[in-house]
Design a protein around this ligand. Structure first.
Ligand SMILES: NC(=O)c1ccc[n+]([C@@H]2O[C@H](COP(=O)([O-])OP(=O)(O)OC[C@H]3O[C@@H](n4cnc5c(N)ncnc54)[C@H](OP(=O)(O)O)[C@@H]3O)[C@@H](O)[C@H]2O)c1
Length: 397
């Protein structure tokens, strides 16, 4: 029997992001409960269900969608499944949360048996067209079905960025320049090293976060002041695989290696419709733990948003074993010396506030702050950046 006062969540996938979601929905402070999970294997789904006391586990999305108690489906699955699963869930009348990137180019317009190289060597203009068409189709199918498509961009909800947005509004004036990046010492997942699996490298996996936050802040600035969103109008970018630099050998670095055909460094310069700029980059070449930062230079103030690391707590340990198995922070390479054990990474990254907004959006029937439209625009900017990097010139959106 459906509990009308509590939003029923169906989780799809049982990996890294699905774990984050289980923690964050539980901490959201809004009535919502994971009522079912489906994963690629029944074993994976059952194991997740046991860990998080989820009453139903399947290896079939349709079985989860058939449950009346599922109000919203949260897609924590590889990028190539985002569009088909959004379509299936929308048509079943379920609201959808889709993680970043909303859509990606993974060779969906090619024959299934083409080599990996045929996917990664596809022209970037074709990639842009296919990825944007997928993202647009996701927005359209949700709209036609009368359900919400929410975009899982946690940066939009990070407490430091939310507070910065408030201060920018209080200060007035314009955001002139933004610099944002996400970086760490490299994904250790073999999956992320192949374009066919992910649809891109550091620009898509990592820089999509600062790009999402920048598009959000400029849009809000324009709406607040002039009733019109400020939007990106062009992008210039470069990408590189820095593991191929001659002086780097795999046994001489702690950085992740094994990059097949995706970049592990990417930088995009965005020009907005009011002439202001944003510089976003993603890097898999950053030792010392995860960095997620956004700096905002306004005409009346200057703000530095630290999601990771932040120094609410600093700790010193003479060697890496002092704190035993204690978690310090994401992707920290060593616990020795001075570190910043973050009191609640799910809070400072914005994940908890994001889950709370998604649950409220569903129960109150209003749009989420991060919605499918934002996901569509991020997809457009990232793939336009790939076009610019390939052609060596600025790309007008
Ligand atoms: N901050 C963020 O917003 C953030 C952070 C991390 C990841 N992500 C995004 O989250 C997505 C998943 O990444 P992840 O790191 O969680 O990957 P992951 O750890 O590999 O988990 C993916 C999960 O999807 C399952 N799966 C694969 N095919 C499926 C299918 N057909 N039906 C149902 N489940 C299926 C996998 O099952 P098996 O394990 O059995 O293959 C696995 O449980 C990606 O789009 C990524 O970009 C976002």
């Amino acid at each position: 029997m459906k509990d009308q006062s509590c939003v029923g969540i169906g989780i799809v996938g049982s990996g890294f992001l699905a774990e984050t979601r289980a923690r964050c929905y539980a901490k959201a402070g809004v009535a919502g409960r994971i009522v079912a999970v489906t994963s690629r294997t029944l074993e994976g789904a059952r194991s997740y269900a046991e860990r998080h006391a989820v009453p139903a586990a399947f290896d079939d999305l349709e079985a989860l969608l058939a449950l009346d108690e599922v109000d919203v489906v949260d897609l924590c699955v590889p990028n190539l499944l985002h569009r088909p699963m959004t379509e299936a869930a929308s048509r079943a009348g379920k609201h959808v949360v889709c993680t970043k990137p909303l859509a990606a180019y993974v060779g969906q317009d090619l024959a299934a048996d083409v080599e990996d190289a045929a996917v990664s060597s596809r022209g970037r203009r074709e990639m842009l067209e296919v990825a944007v068409a997928d993202a647009q189709a996701m927005v359209d199918v949700a709209e036609a079905a009368g359900v919400q498509l929410m975009y899982g961009e946690n940066w939009v909800y990070a407490p430091s960025i939310v507070r910065a947005a408030d201060l920018l509004q209080a200060a007035g004036g314009a955001i002139l320049e933004m610099r944002g990046w996400e970086g760490h010492s490299g994904s250790h997942s073999a999956y992320s090293k192949v374009w066919r699996n992910t649809g891109g490298g550091a620009l898509l996996r990592l820089a999509a976060h600062p790009i999402g936050a920048m598009l959000h802040l400029k849009r809000e600035e324009g709406l607040e002041r002039d009733g019109e969103p400020i939007v990106p109008v062009s992008v210039s970018a470069e990408v590189a695989d820095l593991s191929r630099v001659a002086a780097v050998s795999s046994d001489g670095t702690e950085l992740a290696g094994g990059w097949e055909d995706v970049e592990n460094w990417g930088c995009a310069i965005l020009t907005f419709s009011d002439g202001t700029r944003g510089v976003a980059y993603g890097s898999d070449n950053m030792l010392g733990g995860m960095e997620s930062k956004l700096e905002v230079m306004g005409s009346r103030c200057h703000l530095k948003c630290n999601m990771t690391p932040n120094d609410l707590l600093r700790a010193f340990a003479p060697d890496g074993g002092v704190f035993g198995e204690e978690y310090i922070m994401e992707k920290l390479d060593s616990g020795a010396g001075w570190t910043t054990p973050i009191p609640d990474e799910d809070y400072s990254s914005g994940h908890i506030a994001m889950c709370a907004d998604f649950l409220r959006a569903v129960s109150e029937g209003r749009p989420a702050l991060a919605d499918g439209r934002l996901g569509l625009e991020v997809t457009r900017v990232v793939y336009a950046a790939y076009v610019s990097a390939e052609e060596g010139s600025r790309f007008d959106l």
